[in-house]
Design a protein around this ligand. Structure first.
Ligand code: NAP
Length: 315
């Protein structure tokens, strides 16, 4: 087989190409990772797999025999929507390093809320010397929405730091040390028990707008919210109402309905909101490329397409 037969397209934007192609190439010295535009007509026709980062659907349509795409991101809602009229398999990034990085962020911002840092910052601004009552982590419940790759790693970190942890997933799950729930009734129970709610759900038809007025009404009064998943899972105006009414004590938001967050957005100046610029779980190109390489190798050697997104579930 000629060297050219091993060229795998990376389908994305020029900005992403600059960072990703060298990292992917270093992880796969036996392959040639190239921008889509470098493939000739025969290669476009023969191509069965592409590595993608926010690809345009038009670009993917140039590959008539494409069977699957490997995304270098963990969240795939945009790909699922863009590829709805195709039967392409979508493989997403599942990287233990990403899970650990996200778990670190969950712990960091849980501690921020647990130790009332937003309140002490406000007190400092008004020169108020006012100690607040200390509550031990074992007397606080962190409610995790989503017990997947990221939720499980977060649960382990939180348990190791002494918090009570409850978790919610679509299908019933058993996780050592975690009180688990599933279904609508399970969500209501978890919300009623939760002091700090951490969202690590995928954005799907079922989770869009999940955290609405009704959900905030079920949440323990004054509980905090950490959204590290996707902005559209939270109904933005419902959150604003819940913050203004004191139903939600504080919200740490890393993700928003529109990103970058527009300058005139209410979140920037609301005293109950901490704005983060989508940094809770950055992808590590080196570890991610090693995962992509292993998945491509198993496809090359055994024809196996790795576990892929269930289109009906949307994740
Ligand atoms: P995952 O492994 O697919 O896990 C998803 C979890 O959510 C599973 O436990 C699943 O339940 C649960 N779930 C899905 N739909 C549900 C529903 N309708 N009701 C109840 N539970 C539901 O995903 P992951 O790798 O942990 O990633 C989660 C999300 O994090 C990604 O989709 C992405 O959007 C986001 N993310 C954000 C960043 C960032 O920097 N902010 C970085 C990476 C990822 P089952 O266990 O029953 O399947």
């Amino acid at each position: 087989m000629s060297d050219r037969a091993y060229r795998i397209p990376f389908v994305s934007t020029p900005a992403n190409e600059a960072g990703w192609i060298p990292a992917l190439q270093a992880a796969m010295p036996g392959e040639r990772i190239v921008p889509l535009r470098e493939l000739d007509a025969a290669e476009l026709a023969a191509c069965e797999v592409a590595i993608v980062a926010n690809p345009s659907p038009e670009d993917l349509r140039r590959l008539p025999n494409l069977r699957w795409v490997h995304s270098v991101w963990a969240g795939v809602e945009r790909l699922v929507a863009d590829l709805a009229d195709t039967d392409l398999r979508i493989v997403r990034l599942v990287d233990p390093q990403l899970a650990e990085t996200m778990a670190e962020a969950v712990l960091a911002w849980t501690l921020y809320l647990h130790r009332d840092m937003p309140r002490y910052a406000r007190q400092q601004q008004s020169r108020q010397w006012q100690p607040l009552e200390y509550v031990k982590p074992r007397d606080k419940t962190v409610g995790l929405l989503g017990l997947g790759a990221l939720g499980e790693a977060a649960a382990r970190r939180l348990l190791a730091s002494g918090f009570r942890v409850e978790g919610w997933s679509r299908s019933p799950k058993s996780l050592a040390g975690v009180t688990t729930h599933a279904g609508a009734q399970g969500l209501a129970t978890l919300l009623a028990n939760t002091d700090i709610l951490v969202c690590l759900l995928p954005l799907t038809a079922e989770t869009r707008g999940l955290l609405d007025d009704a959900a905030f009404a079920q949440l323990r009064l004054g509980a905090s919210l950490v959204n590290f998943a996707r902005g559209a899972i939270v109904e933005d105006e419902a959150l604003r109402r819940a913050l203004d009414a004191g139903r939600v004590g504080h919200a740490v938001l890393d993700v928003f309905p529109v990103e970058p967050l527009p300058a005139d957005s209410w979140h920037w100046t609301h005293p109950g909101v901490t704005v983060l610029p989508h940094i809770s779980g950055p992808t590590d190109r080196v570890t991610a490329s090693a995962i992509v390489a292993a998945n491509l190798r198993s496809f090359r050697e055994r024809g196996v397409i790795p576990p892929h997104v269930d289109r009906a579930r949307g994740y």
